[in-house]
Design a protein around this ligand. Structure first.
Ligand SMILES: NC(=O)CCC(=O)C(=O)O
Length: 274
């Protein structure tokens, strides 16, 4: 499969509508890819907290999902739109990641569970998601986690328990913690034996926060198949989703899991293991 990671900057002075048009031109440059992936909250701007309410949109027919449906049809590719500020019918706001199929259909959505509160108002403004879901695609069984979720291995194990083999990670991860970004993207791919496709934002956003870029594709063996720099633009990468099954069969860490009984201390063997 051919992947295109589209690193996007969200400068504070650029209105979201103009940004969608500009990003549309970047996405057009991803022709030939099977899967195009964008970062977290690029249209609204992750750090534009004061504008979240005004920029929130419907997942069914808001401007970002509508643009992504058109891009997917034009390219004949799956488009992972990264994430958007979703307003649900009750009026609650979520950080929602979504995958669009080449026919424009929404085939997977994930509401970020670990909303971020360190030097961030996301946790104050957005409602955490409560559900992990996967979708069967031509790239394997696909799940998503968003940015800060990378730090929560139990969430990833939950996706693996649902059968995920490919995980997309839209992010707005600051440059200040780039070392953690590289560490966790590699670690989650190896630990969960998944194809991990992570697209980060770039540039300087509201509050002067510099985003880290270095979008990455890491295979189930931990090989970094592609890593972008810190500029806006498209990075292409070839990956084999079938490699996940081969790695899991040859090095069966997941099959060697030992489940601890509730209340036991780590290392205590279960009845069955004794
Ligand atoms: N957008 C985010 O979730 C930022 C997470 C982050 O900066 C970190 O985990 O570090």
């Amino acid at each position: 499969m051919r992947i295109a990671l589209v690193q996007v900057a969200s400068p504070p002075e650029e209105p979201p509508a103009a940004r969608r048009e500009r990003v549309g031109r970047m996405v057009a440059g991803a022709r030939g890819a099977d899967l195009v992936v964008l970062p977290e909250l690029w249209a609204a701007g992750y750090f534009a907290f004061d504008s979240y309410a005004e920029r929130a949109e419907s997942l069914a027919e808001g401007p970002t999902v509508t643009a992504a449906r058109a891009w997917a049809r034009e390219l004949g590719a799956h488009v992972h739109l990264g994430s958007l500020v979703e307003r649900d019918p009750r009026g609650d706001l979520f950080n929602t990641a979504a995958l669009i199929a080449p026919d424009g259909a929404l085939v997977h959505a994930y509401r970020k569970i670990h909303v971020f509160g360190h030097a961030s108002r996301e946790a104050e403004l957005l409602t955490p998601g409560r559900e992990l879901t996967v979708a069967d695609t031509r790239f394997g069984r696909l799940g998503a986690t968003t940015c800060y979720d990378l730090r929560f291995p139990e969430l990833w194990r939950g996706l693996v328990d649902l059968g995920a083999t490919t995980v997309v990670v839209p992010a707005a991860w600051p440059a200040a913690r780039r070392a953690h970004w590289r560490l966790f993207t590699s670690c989650r791919a190896v630990e969960e034996q998944v194809l991990l496709i992570a697209c980060n934002a770039v540039g300087t956003q509201d509050g002067g926060v510099e985003l880290g870029g270095h979008s990455r594709v890491v295979d189930a063996w931990g090989t970094v198949l592609a890593e972008a720099g810190t500029e806006e633009g498209v990075t292409f990468c070839e990956a084999d989703p079938g490699a996940v099954a081969r790695v899991r069969a040859e090095f069966p860490v997941l099959a060697d899991r030992r489940r601890l009984p509730a209340g036991s201390t780590a290392g205590t063997p279960t009845e069955e293991e004794r």
